[in-house]
Design a protein around this ligand. Sequence first.
Ligand code: SAH
Ligand code: SF4
Ligand code: F3S
Length: 483
Amino acid sequence: MYNEIDLDKIDVNAGPPTEEPDRQYYFMAKCREWVRTFERKNKRLPKSCVVNMGCQMNARDSEKLRGVLREIGYEETESEDADFVIYNTCTVRENANLKVYGRLGVLHGYKKKNPNMKIALCGCMMQEPSVVEKLQKSYRFVDLIFGTHNIYKFAELLWTVLSSDRMTIDIWNDTDRIVEELPIERKYPFKSGVNIMFGCNNFCSYCIVPYVRGRERSREAKDIIKEIKGLVKDGVSEIMLLGQNVNSYGKNLQEPMTFARLLQEVEKIEGLERIRFMTSHPKDLSEELIQVMAESKKICRHLHLPLQSGSSKVLNVMNRKYTKEQYVELAEKIRKAIPDIALTTDIIVGFPGETEEDFQETLDVVRRVRYDSAFTFIYSKRTGTPAASMKDQVPEDVVKDRFDRLLKEVQDISKEMAERFTGTKQLVLVEELNRQMKGYMTGRLGNNHIVHFPGDASMIGQILLVRLDECRGFYYMGSLTEI
Ligand code: SAH
Ligand code: SF4
Ligand code: F3S
């Protein structure tokens, strides 16, 4: 396992190994020497700051970056006024993308005060050639740029940056590689994300993810199981299996395996209490999966099932490969098989060509499925995607009006849905001290709802029984109870 590798035993004067992950451990050892020299000179450790800007998959990647930095000997800080700062970027919507440029200006200010500071950018936004061009031209103070496919090479790239003063850029167009057994620094001791696949092959017409994350690749089930067993040994009781479309897991493995089968294997792991997963594409959600979920003791009663639009016409242009009727039928089937399940979704308003009638269809699905919660997005034009060049882009004021109406509907329904659990006793994973109310803890139900209840820090990481006394819209107030 990665934790057992002793960097001090690596001969940094020899040449780098060609095999992975050995090669990266070699560069970690080299960087560690650099850290020691820094420490002697400055009487302190260098500080690093990893900023995550994207989804759960990006968050997991950030944990890998932190793992390498910890191994090397950097002291982690939340302040961006540090010796090494890395932004792990997202580009799914334009506003995520624009924020980066603004923040880079602030980083430049820090760098002027601390000329040894190194600034790095990685993640999805870096896979866009226009972004890299702009950085090369107007943001010369950035030291390192790399993308999503070669993140496993972070230690090697960091070494290049520490040992030179030039801007280093390393972007790959795609990869079929998955490098296992690199260090990871988890944010929570008791829960963790676990990648089961990378990339996406769906090419929904609005979405940039397939272009920046490459083709779908599944990890071998044995590697996934080994990682989860290691996590459980390390105190993790809840895992979230991560992929852009977990329902197509295993299709490209040498020995193909379904996602439902993988879940059954994961369920067998002793000591693991809760299993979550993200995200499910409705077109690939199988009967087998519903069955496995219904029978499982560990899979949480929560399913995120992105709708995107309720209009079959729009869904077709979006290339989602299901109709309104098929979606609603699927949702009904799931609710019937697993009555206490919480269904959540993603919805886009203002997709090119969306009419008021199309939007009414979306509202209709929202009212019929009755989501426990929904993320609503204003359509954002992403250069290079088919939708970006479609005619009939919807005017901004119309989109805003639809967005407000959708949000209200979604929120009203969520509140009503949450009420159905008031008064019940639920198992809750205690996550953290409540930041607003002293003496209160915050925990998460299997169905992903949040509850605040009186308690103390010793409960963090435990799964306890809590009575949901009062529903306050998006969260509950509760109290510890017994069966
Ligand atoms: N793979 C996941 C989604 C990843 S992106 C899935 O298919 O469910 C997360 C969400 O961002 C999507 O579900 C979609 O609702 C939203 N999204 C993606 N591209 C977008 C765009 N161009 N404009 C607005 N929202 C977008
Ligand atoms: Fe984007 Fe569609 Fe792939 Fe999800 S399934 S990441 S929305 S292309
Ligand atoms: Fe964003 Fe990349 Fe995730 S574009 S949503 S961080 S896969």
